[in-house]
Design a binder for this molecule. Sequence first.
Ligand SMILES: *Cc1c(COP(=O)(O)O)cnc(C)c1O
Length: 366
Amino acid sequence: MSCDFLELATPGVAALQPYQPGKPIEELQRELGLKEIIKLASNENPLGPGQKAMAVLRNPKDIARYPDGNGFSLKARLADYHQVESNQITLGNGSNEILELITRAIVLPKHEVVFSEHAFAVYPLVTQAVGARAVVVPARNWGHDTEAMADAVTGNTRLIFVANPNNPTGTWLEEKSMRGLLQAVPENVIVVVDEAYFDYVRVSDYPDCTGWLAEFPNLLVSRTFSKAYGLAALRIGYSVSHPAIADLLNRVRQPFNVNSLALAAAEAALSDRAHIEKSVRGNEAGMQMLTTEFSKMGLNYIPSAGNFICVDVGRPGREVFNQMLHEGVIVRPVDNYGMPDHIRVTVGQESENRRFITALKKVLAV
Ligand SMILES: *Cc1c(COP(=O)(O)O)cnc(C)c1O
């Protein structure tokens, strides 16, 4: 080919580094010929979806028809669940789409987007994609420094991303810091609070920001069905915001961005509180087991409010990740997050957690 197509790309896109997903099980099976592989790399619910969602998925309806582009039924359920109006809910093809939609709707190349060091990889990606300037605020004890983030706001700032808890660090913000940030930020700066792991969180003073919209109209809270609800493959998430912000998102989204199976399964999953409770209990027990083992091995870890944890392996995490692959265990290296000596592991089922610890001990020979 004689044309350099990369030269056609907009400046933001030309400099983009694609998101690196967790390694799929099938790929590792092909590469290494291993049979028993466990994947603890993408923070999915190890129990999968609950019975109610599965019942819906076994009986798909009207697949030949376009889905309800307004997601009327699910939005009504979500509005009831969060005690807001339906016009405050926006559905996304995963909550990642919500993060992208808000950025595309309001951020130009001359604008700045503020987020923390070690924060979720999608924030720099969506910022870069629109060619805007990313203002990365140094972390404090691996977590968001909300005062420094508020100080980083200038007249050019359009958007602040806050992950609570954050992925990959698992760090969380208590009510006071979150409220302090929102109070310090001018109303024409949108604050996105990403609560992807909300249902897993059981720490005290953890705020449910969906209840703060009346106080802070510039707040947009995103949630997902990909984690505790166990529906990652279906791609469905949503935001709760001021209706005028929801209106902006609806202008830029595709008319049928969420498929009908996802809509129906999400509605069923939302009502299945027993499955969430069971998932959270399993996560708490697994987290306890992992942290106890890390301590016994003399490894430092970052306390996490999510269903995953970063542990300092005292050597390049990418090497440990590669060696763990040969043991049939997929974890996540986090060098691309500025954490070269950590690996991130998702809390799995009890047997998976045991296999992970056995493999880690073998690899680190401790
Ligand atoms: C997993 C995750 C998401 C959710 O992504 P989906 O697109 O909803 O699957 C969003 N934010 C963070 C911080 C996450 O870790």
